[in-house]
Design a protein. Structure first.
Length: 155
């Protein structure tokens, strides 16, 4: 992404991003906000891998995890760290941490990673050219070592 602002650059604080989320929840409700954020994340993931020239490339999952971590982690947009991606046979599991969605939340919070899930989901869908159903199944906020996103293929 080009530097879109002369002095402030292309990044915004987590506090402001979380303000967008909670404001949307107040205006639209939790469910509608989650749907909108997952959808926005999927679009971001699709655009990201297209910009990186990875669309329909189908790299190994280890290589994909590395490329997503580079683009979304500390060397990229800082959305989240992607530690690994595994294929369990019936689904793809993505292990992330330091997600923007979990940042600043209290332990035990019911907060789900909607935008981060969507970004990873959209990236994998675009790279592999397959449709998936995604969900956030484990959380660092509820005792998990990672935020785990499960993507089940849709036939």
């Amino acid at each position: 992404m080009p530097n879109v602002r002369e002095k402030l650059g292309g990044f915004v604080s987590i506090v402001c991003f979380k303000g967008v989320i909670t404001g949307m929840e107040e205006a639209l409700g939790e469910k509608a906000t989650a749907i909108a954020l997952v959808s926005a994340g999927r679009t971001r993931g699709k655009n990201l891998v297209t910009e990186l020239g990875l669309a329909d490339s189908n790299p190994s999952l280890e290589d994909l995890a590395s490329k997503l971590d580079h683009a979304l982690g500390e060397n990229g947009t800082r959305l989240c760290k992607v530690d690994k991606i595994e294929d369990t046979g019936d689904m793809i599991k993505v292990y992330a941490h330091e997600t923007v969605c979990s940042a600043g939340e209290e332990q035990g919070s019911p907060r789900k990673c909607t935008y981060s899930l969507g970004a990873v989901w959209g990236a994998i869908k675009t790279i592999q050219g397959k449709r998936y159903r995604g969900k956030h199944t484990e959380s660092v906020l509820r005792g998990g070592s990672h935020d785990v996103f499960e993507l089940s293929p849709i036939d």
